[in-house]
Design a protein around this ligand. Structure first.
Ligand code: MRU
Length: 352
């Protein structure tokens, strides 16, 4: 499990007033940590996916607003609160879909709201403790999701995953990859298929890298190969992460997840969404309420190529996420238990 124990996606260096992140855009070629000291650098790192994955983005933003408060020269709560609120709004604008970003920032905001009237040093200490708590809780939550998911799996199974919901997308363990890591330690001998995940290749660059490092039997697929491996009977379950789950179970995750769920239904393969409750947004009634991030077309047409592989000036539609309809989801696996359809009832129960 060295990749899980040794690689830290996001951490705070409080002495240097810096956020340290693993630059995920350089993997698998280079393992490089970036030292971010300004709000703009943190915003850019989130936008560019140098730090990515819904829980990791939330943790980065929590430490980001803590740093904004720490460096504030405000001498009383009201001024600190005003500056903090600006910083919160700024970081919240980096990406729209993963609710963990807003969940973590709102939690930090409530922490400062609760400090009303206290000396600024006490406010800053409270914010630091809250950001650390968000990070530490995520590690425990991911481990519990891993245990809950592993209970649904059997040794020797073939598993298929999309994008990267691994240790680097979270504080530790990941969500969809957590049961794979726990199973690896317990001799489950899973065979994992990793979709490469066009256009930003999180599956090829990150999931394949993580699992290979951990000694898991992993096979890379192009996204359009999911049907053949399922038809061949090589996949016993699909496991994916998520960026936002609506109250009815509709789930936004990396573009291509919806296709996978439909193919899985066609071939009778269980489709599991691994979701920390911080990713469940009861304010969204259905997937129609989830804002889908649109990114530049150049990520499709030119990014990975020495020479352009599409005509100059071609239009490209590049939604970063899609919504998997709840009817294609077998179960949503959370740290509070496994939720089966009808999801409205089950999610309302665990989110009480
Ligand atoms: O655009 P990304 O790479 O941030 O998208 C990430 C995903 O879609 C992950 O599956 C999701 O955030 C879950 S991470 C545990």
């Amino acid at each position: 499990m060295s990749v899980v124990d040794d690689v830290v996606s996001v951490r705070l260096d409080d002495e240097k007033n810096a956020l340290i992140i693993l630059d995920q855009t350089l993997l698998p070629g280079e393992t490089k940590y970036l030292t971010l000291t300004t709000q703009q650098q943190i915003w850019d790192a989130i936008y560019r996916l140098q730090v990515r994955g819904a829980p990791a983005i939330g943790i980065a933003a929590a430490y980001g607003v803590y740093l904004a408060a720490k460096e504030s020269s405000a001498t009383e709560w009201t001024a600190l609160h005003a500056e903090f609120t600006e910083a919160r709004k700024f970081l919240a604008s980096a990406r729209p879909t993963a609710v963990n970003l807003f969940w973590a920032l709102d939690r930090m905001q409530r922490c400062l709201d609760d400090c009303e009237g206290q000396p600024v040093d006490r406010c800053k200490a409270a914010l630091l403790a809250e950001a650390h708590a968000i990070r530490e809780e995520d590690e425990q939550v991911c481990k519990t999701i891993g245990e809950n998911a592993l209970a649904l799996l059997r040794p020797g199974m073939g598993l298929l995953t999309h994008c990267n919901a691994g240790t680097i997308a979270t504080a530790k363990y990941g969500t969809a990859l957590a049961p794979i890591y726990l199973g690896q330690d317990r001799g489950y001998d899973f065979h994992v298929f990793a979709d490469e995940t066009r256009p930003l290749l999180q599956g090829a660059r990150l999931t394949a890298w993580e699992l290979h490092q951990a000694g898991v039997d992993v096979t890379l697929l192009c996204d359009d190969m999911c049907s053949i491996v399922m038809k061949n009977g090589w996949v016993d379950a699909c496991l994916v992460g998520c960026d936002r789950v609506a109250a009815n179970g509709d789930t936004a995750n990396k573009i291509g997840t919806s296709t996978l769920s439909i193919v899985a239904r066609r071939y009778g393969v269980p489709f599991y969404v691994c979701a920390p409750t911080s990713t469940i947004d009861m304010n969204c009634t259905s997937g129609n309420d989830i804002q889908i991030e649109l990114r530049q077309g150049s990520e499709i047409s030119t990014l990975w190529y020495k020479t352009p592989k599409a005509p100059a000036g071609i239009k490209a539609y590049n939604p970063a996420f899609d919504v998997t309809d709840n009817e294609f989801i077998t179960a949503i696996i959370t740290e509070k238990g496994v939720v089966y359809p009808p999801f409205e009832r089950g999610l309302a129960e665990i989110m009480k």
